[in-house]
Ligand binder design. Structure first.
Ligand code: DX5
Ligand code: ZN
Length: 218
């Protein structure tokens, strides 16, 4: 299964966002991860559909939009209008996840379902047949630069055993020290903010994360 790298612009320099997005693409990003926060589902407030529309104009790779919002039904429509390719919402926030997945598909985009660190895997099981991706949050959503919670990778492992072909995304605390365990757990879509934008050599880092053998002891 292909490994996909999706750098999170949460860690970019907002005054130089266009530069940082173009850099991420040049470094080999497969997708661009856009964290939409509403100051309600999570405490911070970031950016919304108008920002997604602006980014769409300068970015040719898929936009991977992570909705950390209550009432994701409304904002999902707006980010789809703005050009999102993958829309991931939180199972804890959606009123009717099945209907929301269907709506995202009707609009021609891919649907992801996210679960917070202490939400059990069972919460997403009813949607595994229809969803394109499961996002296993490896930190509490809201902030970049946190430490990965190792217990969350047990959920990724169990999910990979159950669904060998499903895209499984991990988000939060991915770095040089944790990436081996992340990949070993069966995750194939890697989101990283600080690790990418603060790397000395982001191109080599991305290439390495996409290709290393997690079983190689070196
Ligand atoms: C956190 C966001 C993440 C965040 C990850 O709630 O969903 O996408 O950018 O940041 P790092 O990679 O710094 O942990
Ligand atoms: Zn995210």
């Amino acid at each position: 299964m292909d490994r996909i790298m999706s750098p999170s612009i949460l860690a970019a320099d907002y005054l130089n966002l266009e530069r940082d997005i173009r850099n991420a693409v040049a470094w080999g990003a497969d997708w661009l991860h856009v964290d939409v926060m509403d100051a309600h589902f999570v405490r911070p407030l970031t950016f919304g559909a108008p920002m997604v529309a602006q980014i769409r104009k300068i970015c040719g790779i898929p936009l991977d939009v992570h909705l950390m919002t209550d009432r994701p039904e409304q904002i999902a429509r707006d980010v789809l209008d703005a050009g999102a390719d993958i829309v991931t919402f939180h199972v804890e926030a959606a009123e009717d996840p099945a209907a929301l997945i269907a709506m995202i598909h009707e609009r021609g985009s891919r649907a992801g379902i996210a679960l917070k660190p202490y939400t059990p895997l069972e919460a997403v099981v009813p949607y595994l047949e229809t969803v394109d991706m499961v996002l296993v949050m490896t930190v509490e959503p809201g902030y970049g630069g946190q430490k990965l919670m190792p217990h969350t990778l047990e959920k990724a492992k169990a999910l990979r055993e159950r669904c060998p072909d499903l895209a499984i995304q991990a988000d939060g605390g991915l770095c040089g020290e944790t990436i081996r365990d992340v990949v070993r757990s069966g995750v194939n879509v890697m989101v990283a903010g600080s690790a990418v934008f603060k790397a000395e050599d982001p191109s080599s880092m991305i290439r390495f994360w996409k290709t290393f053998d997690p079983e190689d002891p070196a």
